[in-house]
Design a protein around this ligand. Structure first.
Ligand code: ZN
Length: 272
């Protein structure tokens, strides 16, 4: 199977990981979605004193899935995304050393879920682990709609040419059916952009969104076209860039990234 490297991991136009070739080179230290907060953990204090997000529903969508590369027929089947047809899902990208995007996004997502739940939010993840296939991008959007999410975020990391680095946030461009979420999603994109930049030190992308403050409006992503709730994608950086890859493979940095995303979502959800 010939697979091409594409700049946008979420473009759906191509995929990079060879089937069966993905295994995380380091053990994940992330707590699973059902892991309880250990005694003495600082987040426990947030639980006691916080609750700022009580009553809020957040859907977190970790991009891709760990077994997608072994089920190419299943994930490359075309689905309707509101203005055309596109692959159900893609394998995503990986660092040059083989750390898969799906493992990265799932790790950050579970860390983010823990932080949001500690503040009282109800959190739904679009996949329970990093060993499965899919779900299709249509289902990832439907998860947010079903939950009547106050906000939804899809977490990715890019597979751009290696000289480029930095992060960008993708916001929906209206295609008619999703016009109502364009403005609130732009606001969500702005708060996430600001907190991610300040919280992680990661610069804005050097290769896209450079004239629009790191916000890139797109109408080719099923996850945004089919969403009825405010939603953004974040491409946390470029997995093919050595400096970004070093950050992504650090559990400390991933925790910082999750904290920054939690802050951006909280700012949006509390009107900050
Ligand atoms: Zn991706």
């Amino acid at each position: 199977m010939l697979l091409a490297l594409t700049a946008g991991c979420s473009s759906g136009a191509g995929a990079v990981a060879a089937p069966g070739a993905v295994a995380a080179p380091e053990p994940s230290t992330s707590p699973g979605p059902t892991t309880s907060v250990p005694a003495g953990d600082p987040t426990a204090l947030v639980t006691a004193a916080g609750g700022r997000l009580r009553g809020k529903v957040v859907v977190i969508d970790p991009g891709h899935d760990g077994a997608n590369g072994r089920r190419s027929r299943q994930i490359t089947r075309k689905v309707w995304i509101g203005n055309g047809r596109k692959a159900c899902d893609t394998t995503g990208t990986q660092t040059n050393a083989g750390y898969p995007e799906s493992a990265f996004t799932f790790d950050v997502a579970t860390r983010l879920a823990t932080l949001l739940r500690a503040q009282g939010a109800t959190v739904v993840l679009t996949r329970p682990d990093d060993h499965g296939v899919g779900p299709c991008i249509t289902e990832r959007a439907a998860a947010g709609n079903r939950a009547h999410a106050d906000a939804a975020i899809s977490i990715h990391a890019d597979g751009a040419p290696s000289a480029g680095y930095g992060f960008h946030v993708i916001i929906p461009r209206g295609i008619g059916r999703n016009d109502a979420i364009v403005a609130p999603s732009r606001r969500l994109g702005g708060t996430v952009r600001d907190t991610f930049r300040h919280g992680t030190g990661e610069p804005l992308s050097t290769y896209t969104g450079t004239r629009t403050g790191g916000l890139v409006a797109r109408s080719d992503l099923g996850g945004l076209n089919l969403s009825d709730v405010p939603k953004v994608f974040i491409e946390c950086g470029n997995m093919r860039n050595p400096a970004d890859a070093r950050r992504f493979t650090s559990p400390l940095w991933r925790q910082r990234a999750a904290g920054a995303l939690a802050a951006g979502l909280t700012d949006y959800l509390t009107g900050g």
